[in-house]
Design a protein around this ligand. Structure first.
Ligand code: HEM
Length: 415
């Protein structure tokens, strides 16, 4: 239980359900809030400038293997930790840059532009299925029917995960990802994440072997080739771990952008009508969804040396909690931060983080949302929540488990 009352409140059930009142009170305490020596973190960073400065600062690193070795030397016994720690998320310096380079090419603006027709086609296929399920005016679950399967299809196509396997992987990914949430985890949750990690490792090991035997035009085959031709560029453990986390990160976040974004549109009929009238507003509207209600609310960083943030001292080896979800609502940076305003200008939020660990899939995630939202609302001229959705309870991968919607479609619609 955190000693600081605001951190305790943020991590309480109410705080996780709706963190924004906590963020507003944190902003009143300043851009950086020092915590006492009994808290896990030396400071909470909620100000926009301060959060950006920490995330860019090479003196604040991710919690890499060296960090874990100092405090929890048995972490390698946990498959979920082995995978996460071998991935770009938790490596630093040269190792991080080397592996990030290999993946970033596939997610560059030029590559994503080539993927756009595929994204449009997959969107229309999902919309057809959603329309069939919604026929007769029955409520449909937007998460299960669209928000989750569309981005998992997109990342599946990019990596080369066969369509028939994707649905079976989704529950494993959810259980695996649960340990990323902020706070204490039960043994049961860790055990389940370890079991899911082993199954994901087994699955991707077999897929890699299949692609080595018979390469295809996909990222798994391309990376297997890099590994085999230039073994110093990528170890087998790095290859496997990054395939697993890129598959996970590729759809868990984007699915929540779809769900959180749709709920926002349903609650803001003017924004919905404006987007329906002019689809060129989609990119700005997606940016505001990401700022206002992002799928990821925090990053954790560790100080490599004694330092300070906005005058708050942080000792070497101490952790800071960077609340990007709060930074996106910083009244010193965003006018009227608690208003959802798709026409907002200069909307450089931190939903994709910033600095060396800036989201590798930001261009892809944005493209998916920019393509899918206009098609969705064109296809369904009436679109509303069918009932109050279940509360969201996570600060990491924050989104709806179910989002019941009622969709009225145009007769004979489709592009
Ligand atoms: C709306 C969608 C998305 C959001 C909100 C999001 C958010 C984020 C955030 C906040 C980080 C930084 C974590 C940190 O600083 O510790 C991150 C990193 C990352 N994201 Fe995303 N992401 C999204 C989509 C994607 C997609 C589509 C992919 C893959 C295709 C992806 C792959 C990654 C990877 C590999 C990293 C680690 C980068 C590194 O550590 O160098 N993300 N993402």
């Amino acid at each position: 239980m955190p000693a600081d009352p605001l951190l305790a409140e943020l991590l309480s059930e109410d705080g996780r359900r709706d963190p924004y009142p906590c963020y507003a009170r944190l902003h009143e305490r300043g851009p950086v809030v020092a915590l006492g020596s009994t808290d896990r973190f030396a400071a909470l960073v909620c100000g926009y400038e301060a959060a950006g400065a920490v995330l860019r600062d090479p003196d604040f690193g991710v919690l890499d293997a060296g960090y874990l070795d100092r405090g929890s030397p048995r972490w390698r016994e946990h498959p979920v930790m082995r995978i996460l720690q071998a991935s770009v998320f938790n490596t630093s310096g040269e190792d991080h840059a080397r592996v990030r380079r290999l993946f970033s090419h596939a997610m560059s603006a030029a590559q994503v532009a080539e993927l756009e027709p595929m994204i449009g086609r997959l969107t229309d296929q999902r919309l057809d299925r959603l329309a069939a399920a919604a026929r007769g005016g029955e409520p449909v679950d937007f998460m299960a029917g669209f928000a989750v399967p569309l981005p998992s299809d997109v990342i599946g196509e990019l990596l080369g995960v066969p369509a028939a396997d994707r649905a079976g992987l989704l529950p494993l990914v959810r259980v695996f990802d649960a340990v990323l949430e902020l706070g204490q985890h039960s043994f049961a949750r860790i055990r389940a994440a370890n079991a899911a990690g082993l199954q994901l490792e087994e699955y991707f090991t077999a897929l890699l072997a299949a692609r080595r035997r018979q390469p295809r035009d996909d990222l798994i085959s391309a990376l297997a080739r890099v590994r085999d031709e230039k073994p110093d560029e990528l170890s087998e453990a790095e290859l496997l771990a990054n395939l697993i986390v890129v598959f996970n990160a590729g759809f868990r976040t984007t699915a929540n952008l779809f769900g959180n974004g749709l709920a926002l549109l349903a609650g803001h009929p003017d924004a919905l009508a404006a987007l329906r009238a002019d689809e060129s507003l989609a990119p700005a509207c997606v940016e505001e969804m990401l700022r206002y209600d992002p799928p990821v609310h925090f990053s954790v960083r560790c100080a490599a040396a004694d330092t300070e943030i906005a005058g708050v001292p942080v000792g070497q080896g101490q952790l800071v909690l960077v609340l990007t979800g709060a930074a996106n609502r910083d009244p010193r940076r965003f006018a009227d931060p608690d208003t959802f305003d798709p026409a907002r200008e200069d909307n450089h939020h931190l939903a994709f983080s910033i600095g060396p660990h800036y989201c590798l899939g930001a261009i892809l995630g944005r493209a998916e949302a920019r393509i899918a939202f206009p098609r969705l609302i064109e296809r369904f001229p009436e679109l509303a929540l069918a009932s109050r959705p279940p509360e969201r309870r996570a600060l990491m991968l924050r989104g709806y488990d179910r989002l019941p919607v009622r969709l009225m479609q145009l007769v004979g619609a489709g592009r």
